[in-house]
Structure formats: structure tokens, C-alpha cells
Design a protein around this ligand. Structure first.
Ligand code: NAP
Ligand code: GDP
Length: 324
């Protein structure tokens, strides 16, 4: 409330606003009528504030005085970039997260929704994995830097609540994809990298090379579905404990299955080679969406084949400006 008893305005600051998920949330807010009356939304990228730097972090918060934060900014990459750069993933993400959470607290932001990931779960585990199991053992070796940094968000959220009563929480998405993804072949995640490789192989008449055996399994969530769910978390979800945002366990597919959807969407009929000398990473990380379903039993996810087709079409139409 302000001094006249009016409700304080809601100003939502989205860090990582230029990325895959930031763009999806921007779409939901501005194109799907997701913005409520009286809400102001601000999307920032590293160009506006490098969140590795505490002074730039504070300057951004002083400029906008957000009441709510969706914290997406992170050093993000696919399996093979993680294997090469575990130290950078650890240090950058620890710094960004500490700068954002502490500045949010110092400036009195009432709610922060941060992003964990299902790849931070213990490697040796029983399935399906749920929200209570995050800290139950070491993560997979391939991405331990990113995983430990992300796990610390959950630890910090509990400490901000315990010491200051802050409602800082986190979501745990499974593998995300969609328009505005990073389609870089060396650093991107599996679907975006394979879409770009398929496009290139079709254009050049070359072999499409898939990394690994294609047998590992993933639950893919379309970025727009995730954006809609994160808006719900911002408004309705009041737990400090995180929540898995994912399609059901029965929607898990192999990399081979997903590849078939990509090649069909792009009408690629050329040769395909599986480079089994390359790591498969985690064979699976099956996550339970039972908690989400208790809150939102009727939420409808976009069918994977349809979302892959839309994303392939987006890449073809936006190749010159896409992150490739
Ligand atoms: P993304 O497309 O790579 O976007 C990353 C965003 O973070 C960009 O807006 C980038 O800004 C910003 N950023 C990076 N370093 C920064 C810095 N030092 N200072 C300020 N901003 C910085 O990633 P995404 O896929 O949207 O990921 C969003 C969140 O979801 C992340 O927290 C990620 O860990 C989590 N997540 C992603 C997946 C997935 O499969 N993609 C799965 C689970 C969880 P610039 O554009 O200026 O570089
Ligand atoms: P992860 O889900 O955290 O392991 O990350 P990714 O999105 O990078 O997916 C990695 C899985 O996709 C592994 O099983 C890889 O072997 C497989 N994969 C197949 N081809 C590619 C590719 O071109 N790039 C990436 N990143 N992964 C690939």
C-alpha cells in the first residue's frame, strides 16, 4: 500500500529476458493477454545489466524497483558445453544468482521465481524423481558445476525465508525448447542443435550426425507452455519449496523419437549417423509432475510433434536472426 492506501503497483522484472524462456514469457504477457491490469513488465538482457557484476545488478534494480522477479538469467548450454566448461557454469551461475537474490532482498522485492533444472537431480536415484529429492546425492558428472550452482538457489530460498520471511521460490523445468532457442550446433541443447544440423544437412546434401546413441530419454517442454506455467507460479504458487514444471512421465521420449519428429517436420530424407563415441549424458532423468497436477489438473501441454514443427518452421523463417 502507498501512503494514500492504494495498492502498490506490480512491477515484474524478468532477468534473462532475451533468451528462449524470456521471449516465451514476453509472448505470453504481451500477445496472449497474460498481463493483468496495473502490472508493468520489464525484460532485461546482459546488455542492459551484466548480472555477474553486483554494481550493474543494483543499478538495474534501482532503475526499475521491481516488486516481483522472474529470474531466468544464467549461463546455459547443452551437454557438450557443460562437459567442457564445468568451472564457468559453476562460478557464473553462483555469482549471478547471489547478486540477483541478495539485491532483490535488499530492495524489498516480495517475490522471486528462479529457475532450476531437472538435470541437477541426483544421478544415482530411483524414478520418477520428485521435488523432495534434489539434494539426495551427487548430480551427473557431465554438468556438476551448473547443478551445484542451481541447487544453491533452493538452499538460498530456504534461508531467505527462514531469516527474512521472503517468498523466494523456484521452478524445475525439464528440457525446454522453442522459438528463440540457442540453435548453435556446438553449444545448444539437443533439439535446437539437431534442428540446425538437420537444416544444414538438407541444404548441403550431407549426412546428419547425431551425438551419442540416440537412446537416452528426455521429457521436453515447449517454451510457451512453460511461460504460461511460470506466470501461474508468480501469481498463485506460495510455497518456498520448488515445483517441477513438466509433461508427464508417459511423455518421455528417446532422442531418436524426437529426431524423427524433426526430420519429418523439415522433410529431411538424407543419411543419419549416430556418433556413439560421444557421450549420451544422463540416460534418463524422469521427473514426476504429480505436484503440478495436484495444483493444475487440467493444464494442457502442446503436443510435442506440433511444438517441434512450430519451432522448426520458426528456425527456417528466422534463420538470419536466430542464435546459430
Ligand atoms: P538462454 O536462451 O540461453 O537465455 C539466457 C538468458 O540469460 C539470456 O537472456 C542472457 O542474456 C541472460 N544472461 C546470461 N548471462 C547473463 C549475465 N551475465 N547477465 C545478465 N544476463 C545474462 O536460456 P534459457 O533456455 O532461456 O534459460 C532460462 C532459464 O531456464 C535458465 O535459468 C536456465 O538455467 C533454465 N532452464 C533452461 C532449460 C533449457 O532446456 N533451456 C531447462 C531447465 C532450466 P543475453 O541474451 O544478453 O546473453
Ligand atoms: P541434457 O538433457 O542436460 O543432457 O542436455 P542436452 O539438451 O544437451 O541433451 C543431451 C542428450 O541429447 C544426450 O543424450 C546427447 O547424446 C543427445 N544429443 C544428440 N545429438 C545432440 C546434439 O547435437 N547436441 C546435444 N547437445 N545433444 C545431443
Amino acid at each position: 500500500m502507498d501512503s494514500r492506501g492504494h495498492a502498490a503497483p506490480t512491477r515484474v522484472l524478468v532477468t534473462g529476458g532475451s533468451g528462449l524462456l524470456g521471449k516465451a514469457i514476453e509472448h505470453v504477457v504481451h500477445e496472449e493477454g497474460g498481463r493483468l491490469e496495473g502490472e508493468e513488465w520489464i525484460f532485461i538482457s546482459s546488455k542492459e545489466a551484466n548480472l555477474l557484476d553486483i554494481e550493474q545488478t543494483r543499478a538495474a534494480f534501482e532503475k526499475y524497483h521491481p516488486t516481483h522477479i522472474i529470474h531466468l538469467a544464467a549461463k546455459v548450454g547443452g551437454l557438450y558445453q557443460h562437459m567442457r566448461e564445468n568451472l564457468q557454469f559453476l562460478r557464473d551461475n553462483l555469482k549471478i544468482n547471489d547478486n540477483v537474490l541478495q539485491t532483490a532482498h535488499e530492495m524489498g522485492a516480495t517475490k522471486v521465481v528462479s529457475c532450476l533444472s531437472s538435470c541437477i537431480f541426483p544421478d544415482k536415484t530411483t524414478y520418477p524423481i520428485d521435488e523432495t529429492m534434489i539434494h539426495n546425492g551427487p548430480p551427473h558428472d557431465s554438468n556438476f558445476g551448473y547443478s551445484y550452482a542451481k541447487r544453491m538457489i533452493d538452499v538460498q530460498n530456504r534461508a531467505y525465508f527462514g531469516q527474512h520471511g521472503r517468498c523466494y521460490t523456484a521452478v524445475i523445468p525439464t528440457n525446454v525448447f522453442g522459438p528463440y532457442d540457442n540453435f548453435n550446433i556446438d553449444n545448444g541443447h539437443v533439439l535446437s542443435a539437431l534442428m540446425h544440423k538437420t537444416l544444414t544437412a538438407k541444404r548441403d546434401g550431407t549426412t546428419l550426425t547425431v551425438c551419442g546413441s540416440g537412446t537416452s530419454q528426455r521429457q521436453f517442454i515447449y517454451s510457451l507452455d512453460l511461460g504460461r506455467l511460470i506466470l501461474w507460479v508468480l501469481r498463485e504458487y506460495s510455497e518456498i519449496d520448488p515445483i517441477i514444471l513438466s509433461v508427464g512421465e508417459e511423455e518421455e521420449v528417446t532422442i531418436k523419437d524426437a529426431l524423427e519428429m524433426i526430420t519429418q517436420s523439415m522433410d529431411f530424407k538424407g543419411p543419419i549417423r549416430f556418433d556413439t563415441a560421444m557421450s549420451d549424458g544422463q540416460l534418463k532423468k524422469t521427473a514426476s509432475n504429480a505436484k503440478l497436477r495436484r495444483y493444475l489438473p487440467d493444464f494442457t501441454f502442446t503436443p510435442l510433434r506440433e511444438a517441434i514443427k512450430t519451432t522448426c518452421d520458426w528456425l527456417v523463417a528466422n534463420y538470419d536472426s536466430a542464435r546459430t
